[in-house]
Design a protein. Structure first.
Length: 438
């Protein structure tokens, strides 16, 4: 049981340099594809997040050899059709990415698997991946036909043309990974663009993949020719942009802040958040942009600057779904406040993030209107925030967002259950305190 509390004291500014943990989204995908590849892959700067280590543990249980030393992981794959069944349930922990993406891989295996997770993950909807995987031929049973534990009996899958009813990188990825094991060409059409790390990683490992507008096509691996294999790779994971957002927000709170965040992943499907910060008046500069294994990487120089605020809605939402908690918690420090619409998906994340944001913002004295699909947070004119007891509901992004908000509040802010931040950023509080000048 998590019991740790973290007390956040007001700061005057943020200063210094920072190297972030490896990107979570990319680490998950490299772990899974390395386990399906021929040979031994080396993945450097692998994420320290508990979620990504859940993916590693699951691939180890399925027969891949996994050796970790610091943030370097060596994974000896079993080949695309060489995974073996696990005698015990595969535990995804708190990781929805692990459960949804791994479901796509397990759907194409010639054995049955049981996939479970913690109490929070067992409340998150899985029907969105169950539906298309059943269309491809997998047999899947779930609690109430929607929730983990999942029982997946794999099969020789058939290719489908899947038009997604909602934008979700995880659902897209599950279908594309299942498409590796399908006869023919599987296509996925998105209603709006989402992060494309899966497509880039598949291509890097040798899969035949094509993109035409919002439609992605993947050719099933053939056992009859050499091109039908994934091959081991030596890779570097860039720093996690979603983690960088907390430090961009924190630095922006104070006029004299000046920080440099090194080696951040700047994939164009993820940088809508940087465009939004720029439109709000943040002083963020990209330095040394370069390509690394299909992903763009660079450094971010951030200085303090007043933020205007604004409205987030429509196609913006899936592009920055993970960053919305931090943006909402910034609302009281902006000129115009923050309004979030069309984001009902926030209610089925690691917590009901809309409810958690509204409750904790109010406890700090903010004026908040909670709505079914978002919320409206009043800006500076509503008054300064005060320190408070924060209940993150076991949600790492809520805990980190309010730790940042607490830096500019009157009096100390106490984050209960604070070590839930370890799901994505185990060293978050140490880094935040190191850079905060009090």
């Amino acid at each position: 049981m998590r019991v740790k509390k973290e007390t956040i004291h007001p700061a005057r500014l943020l200063t210094g340099g920072l190297e972030l943990p490896g990107d979570k989204s990319i680490s998950h995908r490299y772990a899974m594809l390395a386990a399906l590849a021929e040979g031994t892959s080396e993945v450097r700067h692998f994420s320290a997040a508990a979620d990504c280590h859940s993916s590693l543990a699951c691939m180890g249980s399925l027969g891949a050899e996994v050796k970790a030393a610091g943030d370097t992981v060596r994974i000896t794959g079993r080949g695309a059709r060489g995974l073996k069944s696990s005698w015990r349930a595969l535990d995804a922990g708190n990781s929805g990415t692990t459960m949804r993406l791994l479901s796509g891989i397990l759907a194409g295996q010639e054995f049955a698997s049981r996939l479970t997770g913690d109490a929070s993950l067992q409340k998150r909807p899985m029907k969105r991946v169950i539906g298309p995987l059943r269309e491809m031929g997998a047999e899947i049973r779930a609690r109430d036909d929607n929730f983990a534990p999942l029982e997946i009996r794999g099969a020789r899958l058939k290719a489908i043309d899947y038009k997604m009813p909602m934008a979700s990188a995880q659902v897209k990825s599950a279908v594309l990974l299942a498409g590796l094991f399908a006869d023919g060409v599987t296509s996925v059409t998105e209603p709006a663009g989402t992060r494309d790390h899966t497509e880039l990683a598949l291509e890097e490992f040798g899969a035949a993949i094509e993109k035409h507008g919002r439609t992605i096509r993947i050719h099933g691996l053939s056992e009859s020719n050499e091109s039908g294999k994934l091959m081991a790779k030596s890779l570097d994971v860039p720093g996690d942009l979603s983690s960088a957002v907390f430090f961009i927000a924190a630095a922006s709170l104070f006029p004299d802040s000046n920080i440099l965040i090194h080696n951040v992943g700047l994939n164009p499907t993820r940088t809508a958040i940087l465009d939004l910060f720029a439109s709000m008046g943040a002083a963020v500069q990209i330095l040394g942009l370069r390509s690394s294994y299909g992903e763009l990487v660079g450094d971010l120089a951030v200085k303090g600057a007043p933020l205007k605020g604004g409205v987030l809605a429509g196609e913006q939402i899936p592009l920055m779904i993970d960053e919305l908690p931090m943006l909402a918690a910034l609302g009281p420090y902006t000129e115009e406040g923050i309004e979030i619409r069309d984001a009902a998906e926030l209610r089925v994340k690691e917590s009901d993030r809309i409810a958690a944001l509204a409750e904790n913002l109010r406890s700090m004295g903010a004026k908040v209107e909670e709505r079914p699909d978002g919320l409206r947070v009043e800006g500076k004119r509503a008054g300064k925030l005060r320190g408070a007891q924060i209940d993150p509901r076991g949600d790492h992004r809520i805990a980190m967002a309010f730790a940042v908000a607490g830096l500019a509040a009157d009096g100390p802010t106490v984050i209960r259950d604070a070590d839930c931040a370890g799901v994505s950023f185990p060293d978050f509080y140490n880094e935040l305190n190191r850079m905060a000048d009090r």
